[in-house]
Write a protein that binds this ligand. Structure first.
Ligand code: CTP
Ligand SMILES: C[C@](O)(CO)[C@H](O)COP(=O)(O)O
Length: 240
């Protein structure tokens, strides 16, 4: 069912330093085609007309974001993020809640290839399912576990049945997410996404199958893959 009438706020954690990329600037400011990775991600979440406001959590000393003019149909607010992803998400959700939003769609700034069909599906599922919903992909490869002392030597294989890779967006009731983060604390090492905070406080979010193209720019080379996907998606849109 499509929940057309409901308005949601998007929260974009964009306060990371991108240490695994090893670049001079954070990965959300890399340029792909005509704009930065952050602008691609913001435009992607703004594409669903239920998204009525966007809250971007940026580092306190971020000056790059000041020169960006976000071209969206809804207001874009900047909030100060924190030392962990969870702290940045908390800041964004708290701001959205203060502005009266009851639902939040959290999407990594580092995932610029999100497609509208995925976004719509996860918002629908999140609102419909009691404990929210996330985009995810079932693990498709054989999974190996390494030895404790030797990181490149196999100890055994792990059954992949029931294993999924978590993506974003992740959709939750603002109240439920903020309470979970407050209860666990935003420094909690096991909160690597919003769903894990909900799980750790007793909830069971729904999994919605995402697209292989919805990659997170994490390691060198990922930006080239993202650029290819963005070019392909633009070409497909032009043909529609
Ligand atoms: N304190 C932090 C850490 C991360 N993020 C954001 O969370 C998203 C996903 O995190 P990740 O890929 O781990 O980004 P970084 O923390 O920047 O990368 P790294 O772990 O390589 O340093 C990114 O959009 C990142 O900007 C954030 O808002 N605040
Ligand atoms: C939220 C997330 O993108 C889901 O895959 C991810 O957990 C955050 O980044 P990290 O690479 O795990 O730090």
């Amino acid at each position: 069912m499509m929940h057309n009438q409901l308005k949601v706020a998007a929260v974009i954690p964009a306060a990371g330093i991108g240490s695994r990329m090893g670049l001079a600037e954070p990965k959300q400011y890399l340029r792909i085609a005509d704009k930065t990775v952050l602008e691609h991600s913001v435009a992607a979440v703004a594409a669903d007309n239920r998204v009525a406001a966007i809250y971007i959590a940026v580092a306190a000393d971020d000056i790059r974001v000041q020169s960006i003019h976000f071209k969206t149909n809804c207001p874009v607010h900047l909030v100060v993020g924190g030392a962990t992803r969870a702290a940045s998400v908390f800041a964004g959700v708290a701001a959205a809640q203060a502005d009266g939003f009851h639902w939040v769609v959290v999407h990594d700034a580092a995932r610029p290839c999100l497609q509208l069909s995925e976004l719509k599906a996860v918002i629908d599922a999140g609102i419909e399912h009691g404990d929210g919903a996330i985009l995810a992909l079932p693990v498709a490869d054989t999974i190996k576990q390494t030895q404790v002392a030797k990181a490149d030597i196999i100890a055994n294989s792990v059954p992949r049945e029931g294993l999924w890779r978590a993506l974003t967006p992740q959709v939750f009731r603002a109240e439920q997410l903020i309470e979970a983060l407050r209860q666990l604390g935003v420094e909690h090492a096991a909160i690597t996404d919003e769903a894990s905070a909900i799980e750790l406080t007793g909830g069971h979010p729904k999994l919605v199958v995402g697209q292989q193209t919805n990659i997170k720019i994490t390691q060198p080379g990922d930006e080239r893959l993202a650029a290819m996907f963005i070019a392909l998606m633009a070409k497909e849109q032009a043909c529609e």
